[in-house]
Ligand binder design. Structure first.
Ligand SMILES: [Ca+2]
Ligand SMILES: [Ca+2]
Ligand SMILES: [Ca+2]
Length: 286
């Protein structure tokens, strides 16, 4: 029977410094395709700014794990099994581009050991395989981030998205091997899945008694979201003479006393900003 173990994350510390607290808790657990080598992982602190979405990007995540919180390591996985997180995405965000995948990976030691796993898999709809990234190297005790932006994976139509990790070097009950983790505040049915190759089927991970949501996050560029309207300096949802007046009032200042007047963010308010505003003149902003 698969097992899990509770661990706690040190506040403010790098995840390589993760410490174990308390006793080992045993919990029942389950046990047009792009094929590309998985990029090298970058290791992140859970709460570091670089772990969050940048700019207009959106982080899809079901887990509530934060630095200082407790993660549950799921040691029940066997080779060939896939643990996967499913996200329901606001249809208004489509088309979306997949930018990065983040997977929290740890063993009872959390000592930075690396292990080669089978693949990162990306599905749309009801497990329609969209991309298969082979051979991800996972580092123990860290949020492993994989940059998928160069693969240019764009999903045009509103759909569910499911992102999974297929095991090649699975723990199979060995708490010294790295594995997927969940949060500890409940497992949301329908958002956590496991593929068991022996059955050839996907199962609701929560139904195996797993008590949390898998810490598998996906950062997307919501290409269909309304663009920001930086030319609307006064925020009244239209680019008009009021905005022009504000820009002209600080024209030539470095930096301008009205920060919004530096539309192109180059530190000064000049003809470049004026040109951008005039090009958008009369535009209604969402
Ligand atoms: Ca949860
Ligand atoms: Ca305005
Ligand atoms: Ca400027």
């Amino acid at each position: 029977m698969p097992q899990s173990i509770a661990m706690s994350l040190l506040t403010g510390a790098a995840l390589s410094a993760v410490a174990l607290t308390g006793a080992v808790a045993v919990e029942p657990a389950p046990q047009a395709v792009i094929t590309a080598p998985a990029p090298d992982a970058v290791l992140l602190d859970l709460n570091a700014p670089e772990a969050q979405a940048r700019g207009a990007d959106v982080t899809l995540q079901n887990d509530a794990l934060i630095d200082g919180g407790s993660a549950i390591l799921q040691f029940g996985f066997a080779n060939g099994e896939i643990g996967a997180a499913r996200y329901n995405i606001d249809p208004g965000l489509f088309p979306i581009k997949i930018k990065r995948v983040q997977i929290f990976w740890a063993s009872a030691l959390s000592n930075g050991t690396q292990s080669l796993q089978d693949s990162i898999l990306i599905y749309t709809g009801n497990f329609n395989l969209l991309a298969n990234l082979e051979g991800p190297v996972m580092t123990d005790g860290a949020l492993n981030e994989f940059d998928l932006e160069p693969l240019n994976i764009v999903i045009n139509s509103p759909t569910q998205l499911t992102v999974g990790l297929q095991f090649f070097d699975a723990p199979n009950g060995d708490v010294l091997k790295g594995t997927l983790a969940t949060d500890n505040n409940g497992c949301q049915s329908g958002l956590n899945w496991v593929f068991i190759p022996g059955n050839g089927s996907w199962f609701n991970l929560c139904s195996f008694g797993v008590s949390g949501d898998l810490v598998i996050r996906t950062i997307i560029d919501p290409m269909g979201a309304p663009p920001a309207c930086p030319e609307d300096l006064n925020g009244d949802n239209v680019v008009d003479t009021a905005d022009l007046g504000l820009l002209l009032a600080v024209f030539g200042q470095t930096p301008p006393s009205i920060a919004e007047a530096d539309i192109n963010n180059d530190g000064t308010c000049d003809t470049a900003d004026l040109g951008i505003l005039l090009a958008a003149f009369g535009t209604a902003c969402p």
